[in-house]
Write a protein that binds this ligand. Structure first.
Ligand code: NAD
Length: 383
């Protein structure tokens, strides 16, 4: 049965790589490397198949998906065979991407989003859809009084107030359209008490936030090693160089600050203190779709002997992120199928700044154990 995946930011690198990758896997010309849900612990979890995913979305730009595919191919993200695979699906994908509403009150914009999603669900006869935010990171904003309570939020919107950031408006409208919601970005998204209440009212699950694909992924593996070997960490500094349009948006100071804040939690939580050092993110256009992270860790061992660790990570941003978007679509759909509502903290494995009161820690191994347990529960509940 077809399952909808509605992407906010549908013409961006991560979205287009996810759609192209799903086409390639469906056509049998690429394997699911990088997709966690292709591993055996997920075999019995009643996940929708990659071939069952139907895409649609919103974007504020009109760049044709075909043009974006070409640019990703030129940058070495999409191999020629994958470009050919998506050609067959391009028209359908292009028809399913709507212009993001940008005028009128937020209540009006929310109605447009809801209508667009419902029309697309009807057209494709979709029982359920997951909406995933892969739009540009927004600057961190200050909380609006209506964020704490759903009734107050809906009164504020009805009173023509601008109460939500764009990502939270996406979450609000997606849930109102009966979609599960995932925030792959560091933006506010569903991380407001009022939207947690909305998820309960609409009986949908949600998860977030900020996909973990590079430096933070490595930190979530290495920091537990220092902690469990009782090796005190004194400083941890990181420099991240990014190209691409994500890098360009992170060149804005307030957006950069939102991303750095999202990355900062993992060390503090695992090491139980904040080591010295800073994490920087710089835009280097020549890197295109690739990113480099350099980290330097200083630590001490027995008798205070001083030591250091350095690592360099060269990653292709969208190739790392897109399979996780497909994983999150499959897992959130399966969670909805078994009646889960509200925050899915079991999906912390995927995120830099995981949401939920019951997050299974910030170390990757603990998060993996929780994810596998969740997969077993999904399978058990479906049986
Ligand atoms: N690539 C990774 O490894 C990774 C990891 C974690 C998080 N992310 C986050 O995922 C997001 C997408 O990354 P990307 O590389 O695809 O960026 P991108 O700049 O290529 O794409 C973002 C897209 O969002 C669109 N957009 C902006 N505002 C919008 C709005 N209000 N409504 C709808 N669309 C809107 C833009 O026009 C653009 O097409 C970013 O927020 C990034 O920080 C990416």
């Amino acid at each position: 049965m077809a399952v909808g995946v509605w992407l906010f930011g549908a013409r961006g690198s991560v979205a287009v790589t996810a759609m192209a990758g799903a086409s390639a896997v469906r056509a049998g010309i690429a394997g699911p490397a990088g997709c966690v849900t292709a591993l055996t612990p997920f075999d019995g979890a009643n996940l929708p198949g990659f071939a069952e995913l139907v895409f649609g979305g919103h974007d504020i730009v009109e760049t044709p998906v075909g043009k974006r595919v070409g640019a990703l191919a030129d940058d070495g993200v999409l191999p020629a065979a994958v470009v050919r695979a998506i050609q067959a699906d391009l028209d359908a994908v292009e028809r399913s991407i709507r212009p993001a509403p940008r005028t009128g009150t937020q209540a009006v914009q929310a109605s447009v989003i809801v209508e667009d999603i419902l029309a697309w669900k009807r057209r494709h006869r979709l029982d359920h859809a997951v909406a995933i935010n892969v739009a540009s990171t927004e600057p961190a904003g200050s909380p609006h009084p209506a964020h704490t309570d759903l009734d107050r939020l809906e009164q504020a919107l009805a009173g023509r107030e601008t109460a939500l950031s764009p990502s939270s408006l996406h979450a609000y409208a997606a849930m109102r359209a009966g979609c599960s919601f995932v925030d792959f970005t560091p933006s506010a998204g569903a991380a407001l008490p009022a939207l947690d209440q909305l998820a309960a009212r609409e009986r949908v699950p949600y998860a977030g936030r900020d996909g973990k694909t590079g430096e933070t992924l490595l930190r979530s593996v290495l920091a537990p090693m220092f902690a469990t070997r009782n090796l005190p960490v004194h400083s941890w500094s990181g420099a991240n160089l990014l190209g691409g349009s994500d890098g360009a948006s992170l060149a804005h100071a307030d957006v950069n600050a939102a991303k750095v804040a999202s990355k900062s939690r993992v060390l503090r939580e695992i090491l139980r203190h904040q080591p010295e050092g800073h994490t920087r993110i710089d835009f280097v256009p020549d890197l295109g779709e690739f990113k480099t992270a350099w980290d330097l860790v200083t630590f001490s061992g027995f008798l205070g002997t001083r030591m250091r660790l350095e690592f360099t990570w060269h990653g292709c941003d969208s190739a790392l992120a897109a399979p996780l978007v497909l994983d999150l679509a499959r897992l959130t759909t399966a969670a909805h199928r078994v009646g889960r509502t509200g925050c899915l903290s079991e999906l912390a494995f995927f995120f830099k700044d995981p949401l939920g009161d019951e997050v299974p820690g910030h170390g990757l191994a603990d998060q993996w154990t929780a994810l596998c347990r969740f997969a077993a529960e999904l399978g058990g509940a479906a049986a």
